[in-house]
Design a protein around this ligand. Structure first.
Ligand code: G
Ligand code: G
Ligand code: MN
Ligand code: NA
Length: 261
């Protein structure tokens, strides 16, 4: 079987699932949401990370189906985990958001909009709790259609995050042209905070940009408490990274919620 054939078979056998990495409110230290990251649970090989299959999935167009499956599964898992935790705690807890990566290939027609609309219709979950992470590459090839897709998604109440912010070649132009709610500061800037004046200047600038445009700003790749402290002092709202947790499976995600306030 070719890799494409294996991906096809994996989809038919329901082998794609989300892992979850917490996104933390830097002021309170509480979990505000999760980023869902795809994994391929392949019977003969175990758990395969995205780096090994996202590229081929993009080239073959199968990423569209994978993104749809992972989105629906993550949304359901997060809802049922929160329900279970509320049941065990005997009270409802603050609703958490779900942030999920959506590949460029989804921005060429309205299928994604249809998928999201269907999802919002079936699961009782507030649309504003869904955040779709896109990269600039998703907007480059057919900007008119991408604009329509994003505008439709926004009208459903879903929010849009620009992922890996600062690493593209014209981030500001995309911010200017597209309806974007949040910025995810790329981890290369976050990792270098302690050692580089330039990184600090860049992060400060992104925070200021976020404030003046009313965008939420999220720092990726926080690996140390000292980095979290610096980010908090700079006015960052949200952070994620190995300092808090690696991406984990559904059961561990629920356990994490049970452990917290
Ligand atoms: O989990 P990991 O750090 O290995 O993820 C690597 C990359 O794969 C990330 O850059 C992420 O954007 C991408 N990725 C992870 N899950 C998905 C997914 O469900 N859909 C798409 N399109 N990309 C994903
Ligand atoms: O492209 P995107 O920003 O979605 O990439 C998310 C990727 O970053 C995932 O593969 C995830 O496993 C990885 N990641 C998450 N937290 C950290 C971290 O603290 N350090 C590093 N190096 N990678 C991280
Ligand atoms: Mn991401
Ligand atoms: Na991403």
């Amino acid at each position: 079987l070719t890799i494409e054939g294996e991906l096809r078979q994996g989809l038919d056998n329901d082998e794609f699932e989300p892992f979850f990495q917490p996104i933390v409110d830097l002021d309170t230290g509480e979990i505000a949401g999760f980023e869902a990251l795809a994994r391929w649970r392949k019977p003969d090989r175990g758990l395969i990370p995205p780096i090994e299959f996202i590229g081929v999935a993009e080239q073959t167009g199968l990423i569209r189906e994978i993104d749809a499956v992972v989105l629906a599964s993550a949304w359901k898992s997060l809802a049922s985990a929160q329900e279970a935790v509320a049941g065990k705690k005997g009270r409802s807890t603050k609703p958490l958001f779900l942030s999920i990566n959506i590949a460029a290939e989804n921005f060429v027609d309205m299928q994604l909009v249809a998928n999201v609309r269907k999802l919002l219709g079936t699961a009782g979950f507030d649309p504003s709790l869904l955040k779709l992470e896109i990269t600039e590459s998703g907007l480059i090839n057919s900007p008119e259609i991408a604009y329509r897709v994003l505008t439709e998604l926004r009208s459903l109440g879903v929010s849009i995050a620009l992922d890996d912010f600062g690493t593209g070649y014209s981030s500001l132009s995309y911010l200017h042209r597209f309806p974007i709610d949040s910025l995810k500061i790329d981890r290369t800037f976050v990792n270098a905070l302690a050692s580089s004046d330039r990184s600090r200047a860049i992060v400060r600038t992104i925070v200021g940009l976020g404030q003046s445009m009313s965008l939420k700003v999220i720092a990726e790749g926080i690996e140390e408490e000292s980095t979290a402290d610096m980010l908090r002092e700079m006015g960052l709202q949200y952070g994620q990274g190995y300092h808090y947790s690696m991406p984990v499976g559904r059961a561990s995600m629920q356990q994490m919620l049970l452990g917290g306030g």
